[in-house]
Design a binder for this molecule. Structure first.
Ligand code: 6GU
Length: 235
């Protein structure tokens, strides 16, 4: 997969892309991540990328021209046009199923905005989708883009180590994860559940599923409702 990230602050991505799974996935050639600075496409000597909103109001709005030029430039770098996504609080809520969906694409182009927002013609004229990472306002789309990149890349074939798999974890089945323990068997009087020391793989699997169900009911009743609706629909 190729991921282009268009931003006014490419340096913000240096550190998140440098560690662990994202680092290994890039080194292994599972993903290529290319950063473009929107400001490089500003047309005037002041490198202006934002301007006052028509009709008045607070803040500044991202201008069309640098954004169109930047998108058209990165598009020309590869034959694959890619799926164009603007990160904005108005977008479709990002979740594991959207992460899965995006992980099937050959290319993503992510636009991280700043200021009060984008000129509406950017979305319209470029045919961009909008994605939000949750119902709160961030000061820019960069953190949203990082969240999307992380959640998508770890789903790509070969991104996780051989023995780890993303099939089994929280959300992939619509349930949250069962409790995990590692050594020692007892820490400050707190014991690892007997069951996990039993070596009965089938019983352990059953226990874990029960735990997942109990925890989902307790901590994420919204997911539990969703899970039951899906089960019903399948029948
Ligand atoms: Cl993707 N961007 C901004 N600026 N705010 C957000 C967001 C994205 N997702 C939630 N809030």
């Amino acid at each position: 997969m190729r991921i282009d990230i268009l931003t006014l602050f490419p340096e913000m991505f240096d550190s998140p892309l440098k560690y662990s799974i994202l680092k290994r996935a890039q080194e292994a050639g599972v993903v290529k991540i290319a950063l473009s600075n929107i400001r490089d496409f500003a047309a005037d000597a002041y490198k202006k990328v934002d301007d006052k909103p028509y009709g008045g109001g607070p803040g500044m709005v991202m201008m069309c021209q640098p954004m169109f030029d930047c998108v058209e430039h990165v598009r020309r770098l590869e034959a694959e046009p890619g799926r164009l996504i603007m990160l904005t609080p108005q977008g479709r809520k990002f979740d594991q199923s959207l992460a899965k969906e995006l992980s099937l694409e050959k290319r993503l182009i992510l636009i991280a905005g700043r200021y009060e927002g984008f000129d509406e013609r950017i979305r319209e004229g470029l045919g961009a989708e909008q994605v939000s990472i949750g119902d709160y306002v961030l000061s820019g789309g960069e953190l949203g883009a990082m969240v999307v990149v992380d959640a998508v890349v770890r789903l790509l074939e070969g991104a996780l180590g051989d023995e780890t798999s993303s099939d089994d974890e929280t959300f992939s089945r619509g349930l949250i994860e069962y409790p995990q323990y590692t050594r020692p068997e007892e820490f400050r009087g707190m014991k690892v559940p007997e069951m996990l020391l039993s070596g009965h793989h089938a019983r352990i699997a059953k226990w874990r599923l029960e735990q997942s169900i109990e925890r989902t009911k307790m901590w994420r009743p919204d997911l539990w409702e969703e899970y039951n609706k899906k089960l019903k629909d399948q029948k």
